[in-house]
Design a binder for this molecule. Structure first.
Ligand code: 7RM
Length: 634
């Protein structure tokens, strides 16, 4: 008997033990009972982290869209699969039932076929958060084409790099997108990108903003008439367990983006299982993840994980601040959202604003709050807990990566007691290890090191598209026989994990290992501070000294006092060793489009190495960099 749904701490420990002692039995039990297979596997797992090579459920045959759509039709055809909430606050939400989703995916799949797209072909999807985005992802999966979604905030250069890297034959886009009160000319960006992409044969264009765009004869096609003319049934392509499902690009610390390749069966099983447990999703619940489908969070926890469980997944087109900063809470109230999953950067931005935005809405439907993308600092955790969760809604601080496909370390709400800033315990099947600088595993509790995973789990990325050597070098070379995450973590006295940030964020000051997150927590405790980021810069005596960039909730008169108070807080909470040598009050921090602070750039500015800042094209607002360089230091 398999344990798909964990409902007590006792059950968690039991299942966890089994999953480590007999991983193959554990995962085949989960896979067996909860999915639709055309043929079961011959072998559960084959792996070798030296090569590296991982294969799950080899020999099995399936189609992931049958698992996400068709198999729910007999029981919930009229229930809502996707609840689409448009950018326009006066616009009406659209309920897409499982029946309707099935029809739309089939039509779209037939359009792809009509354009010559076959199993294994790569299709780039560059769309805003509109239903066509989810539908096109599933349509690719229906016919075995490999989708690669590029977040529709990336530039033409970033887009063309990705199109060329995976040799895509087709691009799916829209005339434009709404972003708050603005519109963005997506088709114009695609046109520019395609000047450098000779292999692209066709472009499908969804109409969203009704702008006047250029359509290139023979290459560009309006989507709507083609969908209307296509058949509404499409037999799923029967895929092997290890056939590729998608490529998703993630930025490396240097060089070109890495096209992480995920395969079919393991990804499906793991995202479905973790969705069910990490969100404790129950029949009838309304689940909302605020990420964009252009990120892994959207792939796994807006589309595949929820739909594989027959859930209702809310998809929001807009931004948190339109028409004002109450929008998220207004949507939660209006649609009675039960599980809400967002990023620390969004929480911090909203926490800066008046509490009236929150308090005028009824948030009593909420049962689970999630956080992902960055370490969630104490202050943001408490704000989320107190004001959104009203102190009685568990926060799951879920740690994972594009490479891991699904959540690896996270509390299970109502099961795992939470602890601010701790991602707590590994999911079943996940075997973390903390490593020291000499490559030795650090055993026991109350220890800190580099976070590795010792054993494969079903949704680990299988390779970097076109560059297996880079895959090996990046993830399997630092520590022999282990997957290296690039993150640092500590394990507390009870075995809970706290992710301290990328290992390159660890700063060694006078021989002391300082993580950036705890220092930032101390700074953020100051009532005037909105956000902060700490980096190291070379120092003759200490080796490294600490440089803090701080943004404020509102301007202060006496910056020197403020800086003194900040250092007092750090001294109290961590110790004088962690006091900042320099503090810069700044207008903004350089963030990637998914909300991660790019410390690499701040490090260069702090070290006066501004000649070569590296690639800043993935920044949300590249202008911020210049203003940081122009600001005077305190
Ligand atoms: C899901 C996602 C991965 C990196 C990862 C970490 C950081 C993500 C947390 C976190 C602390 C968390 N994929 N990260 N979640 N750090 N606590 N709960 O974000 O590929 O875009 O980024 O994000 O550094 O390695 S990602």
């Amino acid at each position: 008997m398999s344990q798909y749904h964990i409902q007590s701490l006792e059950a968690y420990f039991k299942v966890y033990r089994e999953s480590v002692n007999r991983p193959e039995e554990f995962w085949s039990g989960i896979a067996q009972d909860h999915f639709l297979w055309h043929k079961k596997w011959d072998r559960v797992l084959a792996w070798d982290f030296e090569k590296p090579e991982v294969r799950w459920f080899e020999g099995a045959k399936l189609n992931i869209t049958e698992n996400c759509i068709d198999r729910h039709l007999s029981t919930k055809a009229d229930e809502t699969a996707i609840l689409f909430v448009p950018n326009d606050p006066n616009g009406e939400a659209e309920k897409i039932s499982y029946r309707n989703l099935h029809e739309r995916v089939c039509r779209f799949a037939n359009v792809l076929k009509n354009h010559g797209i076959k199993k294994g072909d790569r299709v780039i999807i560059y769309l805003p958060m509109i239903p066509e985005l989810a539908v096109s992802v599933l349509a690719c999966a229906r016919i075995g084409a490999i989708h690669s979604v590029v977040f529709a905030g990336f530039s033409a250069t970033a887009l063309s790099t990705r199109i060329n890297d995976c040799d895509a034959k087709m691009v799916i886009t829209s005339d434009g997108s709404y972003r708050g009160s603005k519109t963005i000319d997506l088709k114009g960006i695609v046109d520019q990108a395609l000047d450098d992409c000779p292999a692209v044969q066709s472009v499908l264009v969804a109409q969203r903003i009704h702008s006047d765009i250029h359509m290139q004869e023979g290459r560009d096609h309006w989507l709507a008439p083609e969908l209307a003319a296509a058949s509404s049934s499409c037999e799923p392509e029967i895929m092997d367990a290890e056939d590729p499902l998608f490529i998703l690009y993630t930025s490396g610390s240097t060089g070109k983006p890495k096209g992480m390749l995920h395969s079919t069966a393991g990804y499906m099983v793991y995202t479905a299982y973790t969705f069910k447990n990490c969100f404790q999703y129950e029949e009838g619940d309304i689940y909302w993840c605020t990420a964009d489908i252009g990120w892994i969070t959207g792939h796994s926890y807006i589309v595949y994980g929820p739909l594989a469980n027959g859930a209702t997944t809310l998809m929001y087109e807009g931004v948190p601040s339109h028409p004002d900063c109450s929008r998220f809470w207004q949507i939660v109230e209006e649609h009675k959202v039960n599980q809400f999953y967002t990023a620390p950067t969004a929480i911090r931005a909203l926490a800066k604003e008046s509490l009236d935005f929150v308090n005028k809405h009824d948030l009593s439907s909420l049962k689970v709050l999630g956080s992902v993308g960055e370490p969630i600092n104490e202050e943001a955790w408490h704000w989320y807990n107190d004001h959104i969760g009203k102190k009685n809604t568990p926060i799951i601080d879920s740690w994972w990566q594009t490479e891991t496909g699904g959540i690896l370390i996270s509390p299970i709400p109502y099961v795992t007691p939470t602890k601010p800033t701790f991602a707590t315990l590994p999911m079943p099947g996940i075997q973390p290890a903390l490593m020291d600088e000499n490559g030795q595993e650090i055993h026991g509790n109350q220890v800190q090191g580099r976070l590795c995973i010792k054993y494969p789990w079903p949704s680990i990325a299988r390779t970097i598209w076109g560059d297996h050597l880079r895959y090996k070098d990046t993830y399997f070379s630092a520590f022999a026989g282990k997957y290296f995450t690039g993150d640092g973590a500590l394990r507390d006295e009870t075995g809970y994990y706290r992710i301290t940030g990328r290992v390159d964020d660890v700063i060694i000051v006078s021989g002391h290992n300082l993580g950036t997150a705890p220092i930032e927590d101390a700074i953020n405790a100051h009532p005037q501070v909105a956000e902060s980021a700490i980096v190291g810069y070379p120092h003759d005596i200490k080796g490294n000294a600490l440089y803090g960039y701080v943004t404020l909730k509102s301007p202060v008169e006496n910056q020197e006092n403020l800086c003194r108070e900040i250092n007092q807080l750090i001294s109290q909470q961590i110790g004088p060793i962690a006091k900042l040598d320099k503090i810069q009050i700044t207008q903004g921090l350089p963030k990637t489009r998914s909300g991660k602070i790019m410390r690499r750039i701040l490090r260069k500015i702090a070290s006066n190495e501004t000649d070569n800042l590296g690639d800043i094209s993935t920044l949300l607002d590249p202008e911020v960099v210049k203003s940081i360089m122009d600001e005077a230091l305190v």
